[in-house]
Design a protein around this ligand. Structure first.
Ligand code: G6P
Length: 615
């Protein structure tokens, strides 16, 4: 949520900031701005709208200078206007600040600053921090760069909430000070130049060497060096890491949108999720990153899965898999509910925090809460340098490559593959037979091939999407492991098309939802062959009897369903427990094509951000 980039070096800062900011747009895209030290002072450009609007303003009136800060915003305090866009200046106009996070006590600070004569131009919490920093800077007895570092450290002690910040001051050219509390920040280490960004991917064309700033650390960034200090001001230990996946990984390639590219990548990304983790001899899975011995795994009596949005839906499929194969009871909960609730948790519970970005504030808060209560908490993340990956006691990486489209697609199927591996591993430590384990392994192994064949239907799904794109509302129904697939289908539809959509267990239809059925309201019914196939057929009949159109996800060659439904999304048949991974893909394509038919901004839907780093 909100992206930050800063640069110090020998090159012109403006094009670098704009370019790198473009790769952070998934974090928020309602307004953007930059501030550069131009030799005389701080020069600011900021615009509401996409980064392209800022780029236009900068092209018509360029800012020259070798160090600067920039920001792409997802509004929390104040509407997305030019004035509310970051950077914000202090009262002297010499200090500029960009901020990712929320200042929780900003009203109180605003009151104090107003009393001492400060006037504010924007409605943001960030401007309050800029003024506070300015005052602290003026009051500091330190000299040179230490003065700004000291100001940042002192101002932060007065601020409650989360933040990642970057600050420049016109008295200190060639210096950017950054600090982190909650919101992520990485230092990009270049040759004779250095960077700061919310995410290492933003810096991919410039450097693959990064230092992940730890919570409470402050960095002073120069062209030829950077100094990281711990909260108490001591020099911190730093570890330079080389990151994988260069600029090409975040390129759309031949696809018109990242979302479509990422849907199409799934044959490969599911393979990456299980590559090297299958053990055919023992008919089990190998997950070394769990950091748990066989004995410790055997002692797990309950599992608790935490996540938000799509990640939670993957956890709900995981519940079904683990309970079926390993017979271990699993609770799933919205991370935001868990962190502030006080439901009792069985003492032999193993927690999982699921998050593509590894930065979702609610999931991170829930992980910390679980750990605080003394539970072991593992992460299932895609972003290896993320906070959740670092703070968890172990876990499993998805290896899905960068996911740029705001609506999660490939990360979902990778997460479900990981839950399949986990349930296999746990199952084989209990009563799951080798024969059954091998069936699961074989089905996983064939998954990429099945996904390839399924994706060939994209054009057919496009035609169905065009036919139903004008619907005001849609229902998504599925049972058992396909219930979370229905939820995920509905979430995708809402996110990228803004069409109202609800996901329900099919049998709940008659408990209220059926009142919504009419000929204008399509129902997507997941009805692949499984133990509840006949029950799903019953639901289909009930909807048809009331004139509702039914779009069914059914197995290839299912003539029964083809004869009853208004449209069919055909999927290859696989093991019943692996089937949900295939069933979700036509729903992703259906949402995508509906969004395109409606002219939506598929990769950057309104009001959303991919990485929600505020509560
Ligand atoms: C946001 C995104 C969703 C995503 C959720 C969890 O709400 O819009 O698409 O599922 O965050 O993200 P995470 O990175 O934790 O998986």
């Amino acid at each position: 949520m909100c992206g930050i980039v800063a640069y110090v070096g020998p090159r012109d800062a403006q094009p670098i900031l704009l370019d790198a900011l473009g790769r952070l747009e998934y974090r928020g895209y309602d307004s953007a701005g930059l501030a550069i030290l131009n030799g005389k002072g701080v020069e600011v450009r900021k615009k509401s709208g996409r980064i392209e609007e800022l780029a236009k303003a900068c092209r018509s009136k360029p800012v020259n200078g070798k160090s600067g800060i920039s920001h792409t915003r997802w509004a929390t305090h104040g509407a997305p206007t030019d004035t509310n866009a970051h950077p914000h200046l202090d009262a002297s106009g010499k200090l500029a600040l960009v901020h990712n996070g929320v200042i929780e006590n900003y009203l109180e600070l605003k009151g104090q600053l107003t009393k001492s004569g400060h006037k504010f131009l924007s409605d943001t919490d960030t401007e309050i921090l800029a003024h506070l920093l300015g005052d602290t800077f003026e009051a500091s007895k330190e000299k040179g760069e230490k003065k700004l570092i000291d100001a940042v450290r002192k101002a932060l002690t007065q601020v409650q909430g989360t933040l990642g910040i970057a600050v420049i001051h016109s008295d200190l050219p060639g210096l950017v000070v950054g600090a982190r509390r909650g919101s992520p920040l990485v230092i990009g280490v270049g040759n004779g130049e250095n960077f700061l960004a919310s995410d290492s991917q933003a810096l991919a064309p410039y450097t693959n060497r990064v230092v992940v700033l730890q919570d409470q650390e402050v960095v002073a960034l120069h062209a030829d060096r950077f100094d990281v200090a711990s909260p108490l001001g001591q020099k911190a230990d730093i570890r330079v890491e080389e990151i994988e996946g260069g600029a090409a990984a975040s390129d759309k390639g031949a696809h018109p949108h990242f979302m479509l590219k990422e849907i199409f990548e799934q044959a490969e990304t599911v393979r990456s999720a299980f590559r090297g983790r299958l053990d055919p001899d023992e008919a089990t899975a190998k997950l070394g990153g769990l950091n748990l011995s066989t004995e410790e795994l055997r002692e797990v009596e309950r599992i608790f899965v935490l996540g938000c949005g799509t990640a939670l839906h993957a956890g709900m499929v995981g519940k079904y898999l683990i309970e079926t194969l390993a017979k271990i009871p699993v609770d799933t909960q919205h991370a935001s509910e868990f962190r502030y609730g006080d439901s009792p948790v069985h003492e032999k519970t193993l927690f999982f925090a699921v998050s593509q970005s590894g930065e979702t504030a609610d999931t991170l808060g829930a992980l910390r809460e679980a750990k605080r209560r003394g539970f072991r908490c593992l992460g299932i993340c895609n972003n290896v340098s993320s906070t959740i990956a670092r703070e968890s006691d172990g876990g499993v990486y998805m290896h899905a490559g960068p996911e740029i489209g705001v609506a999660a697609t490939k990360s979902f199927t990778s997460q479900v593959v990981i839950f399949t591996l986990l349930s296999l591993l746990l199952g084989r430590l209990h009563s799951l037979s080798a024969a059954h384990g091998r069936e699961i392994l074989n089905a996983l192994d064939r998954l990429p091939e099945h996904i390839h064949s399924l994706l060939k239907q994209s054009e057919k799904i496009r035609a169905i999407a065009h036919k139903y794109a004008q619907a005001h509302s849609m229902l998504f129904l599925g049972r058992l492991a396909n219930f979370p697939i229905a939820l995920e289908g509905a979430l995708k539809m809402k996110e990228v098309t803004y069409v109202h959509a609800e996901g329900y267990p099919s049998a709940e239809l008659k408990h209220g939802v059926i009142a919504l059925i009419d000929k204008e309201t399509p129902t997507v019914l997941i009805a692949t062959h499984d133990g509840v196939y006949d029950k799903n057929l019953g639901s289909l009949q009930e909807i048809k009897a009331r004139g509702g159109p039914v779009l069914a996800v059914a197995h290839e060659g299912d003539t029964k369903i083809a004869g009853m439904a208004d449209a069919v999304f055909s999927v290859p048949r696989t093991h019943e427990l692996i089937q949900p991974i295939l069933n979700v893909i036509p729903l992703q394509l259906f949402s995508y094509h509906t969004a395109v038919a409606l002219g939506r901004d598929v990769d950057k839907p309104r009001n959303l951000a991919k990485s929600v780093t505020v509560e």
